[in-house]
Design a protein around this ligand. Structure first.
Ligand code: ZN
Length: 235
């Protein structure tokens, strides 16, 4: 059994709203925090640019967090693109598929991400994976559910013979509550940084700025983000 350091965390960091808040949460708790992002040919690849921006802003504005922020790892997961046929990775309309799941669902994605992140953590003596998945305000992805993710982590512990742990701080809270979490962690400044620089829109639109951030305004990801922001601002 390889025992890993549980004061060190690796955040699955896409550059989206949830994983940016999860990053702030991890920086508040752990001594050393690294980030990992996956390039799987997603059509909103602009999200990957948001990663660099959010990290840099956090480092600049919160030096005590910046001091703990370690390396960023960008890992290719193009196999998901090759499998294709989802609105996330191909030119398929964003909507509901005949499996009753959104066409943006990429089968197996989060399970693959978790496994790759755990492999990297094993190499780097990082004992805690932190991820922003959320089953409240549910987008319809079964691989965002706590049950699936914790069981996958259990399989990883067995398959890598290690004591790695998974933390999903946003799992049971609404989008409005996750904004309140960001505010509690880093005040209005953290909220502003995440709102300005994180990216959610499936269509990758960065040309239109709304009160709730950038996006096309009518894809399901934008709708969810707009709704959460409105609820947060309403208090
Ligand atoms: Zn959008």
């Amino acid at each position: 059994m390889r025992k890993l350091n549980h004061n060190r965390a690796l955040v699955l960091f896409s550059g989206g709203q949830d994983s940016s808040i999860a990053l702030a949460w991890a920086l508040d708790r752990f001594d050393h925090v690294e980030t990992i992002g996956f390039d799987y040919g997603q059509r909103h690849a602009v999200e990957l640019g948001a990663r660099t921006k959010v990290r840099r802003e956090i480092e600049d504005v919160f030096p005590h967090w910046g001091a703990k922020l370690g390396e960023d790892h960008r890992i290719a997961a193009k196999g998901l693109y090759e499998i294709g046929e989802t609105a996330m990775t191909a030119d398929v309309e964003i909507g509901m598929g005949d499996d009753n799941l959104p066409t943006t669902f990429v089968p197996g994605r989060n399970l693959v991400f978790l496994t790759l992140a755990a492999g990297l953590s094993y190499r780097r003596n990082i004992g805690v994976l932190v991820a922003g998945m959320c089953e409240t305000d549910y987008s319809g992805y079964p691989d965002c559910r706590e049950d699936a993710l914790q069981r996958q982590t259990e399989a990883i512990r067995l398959g890598m013979e290690t004591d790695i742990r998974l933390e999903t701080p946003l799992m049971h809270i609404s989008k409005a509550e996750s904004w309140r979490m960001a505010e509690k962690l880093g005040g209005e400044t953290a909220v502003e940084i995440i709102n300005e620089h994180s990216h959610t829109c499936y269509r990758g639109v960065r040309s239109t700025r709304h009160e709730w951030g950038y996006g096309c305004g009518d894809c399901p990801a934008c709708e969810l983000r707009a709704k959460g922001w409105a609820e947060y601002r309403a208090g």
